[in-house]
Design a protein around this ligand. Sequence first.
Ligand SMILES: Nc1ncnc2c1ncn2[C@@H]1O[C@H](COP(=O)(O)OP(=O)(O)OP(=O)(O)O)[C@@H](O)[C@H]1O
Length: 217
Amino acid sequence: MLELRSITAGYAGNAPVVRDVSLTVAPGESVGLLGPSGCGKSTLARVAALLHRPDSGTLLLDGEPVRRWRHRAPRDRRTAFGMVFQQARLSADPRLPLTDLIAEPLRATGRRREVPGRVAELAPVVGLTPDLLTRRPHEVSDGQLQRACLARALVLRPRLLVCDEMTAMLDASTAAALVAAVEDYRAATGAALLAVGHDRVLLERWCDRTVHWGGLT
Ligand SMILES: Nc1ncnc2c1ncn2[C@@H]1O[C@H](COP(=O)(O)OP(=O)(O)OP(=O)(O)O)[C@@H](O)[C@H]1O
């Protein structure tokens, strides 16, 4: 269970972009968060995934308040989340072949031995053929790179996925394939989902419930 209570967050030197926002994602639930461009959805998504420390408010994970963020958060909390960002190219190290990109969280948590097995398992799940796995980000399409980023988000088997406009830059068939991969993962594991976007039709089809930014406070 993820509970965001009265979260206010922003960027140093500027007025907060998220003000007093509350949102709950129950275990196994999928929640869509809809809002116009620039309203603060990505900022709230990063707060929810422990990647951005809020200025005030409380985040509870399974009833326990989170007190530390980013690399300071305890490992079991950080690894509870998998996050997919809107712009795969900005979130992917351009030096890494896709295999290493997918495996990054395993290496970062000292689980190198699991790399070959997990990458081989996940590549077909996200629709990546073996020849693509040895290529670097500049040698693959945006859709192929986003597939690898989804695999990276799944590699530690998170309990909660945060997808921030995951499909915004993609064609309809790639978008559908990525949503299907997320849903297959959720069906198999019971993981919850927070999907952020501005495509009402997509979010309403994809999620158990959809909340509107203006109705969050
Ligand atoms: N690193 C940053 N430093 C300063 N301001 C930022 C930073 N990142 C985002 N902002 C500002 O915070 C506000 C909210 O941005 P955010 O990306 O959270 O919105 P969003 O709703 O996700 O937008 P979009 O749908 O266009 O991605 C915007 O005004 C943006 O300019």
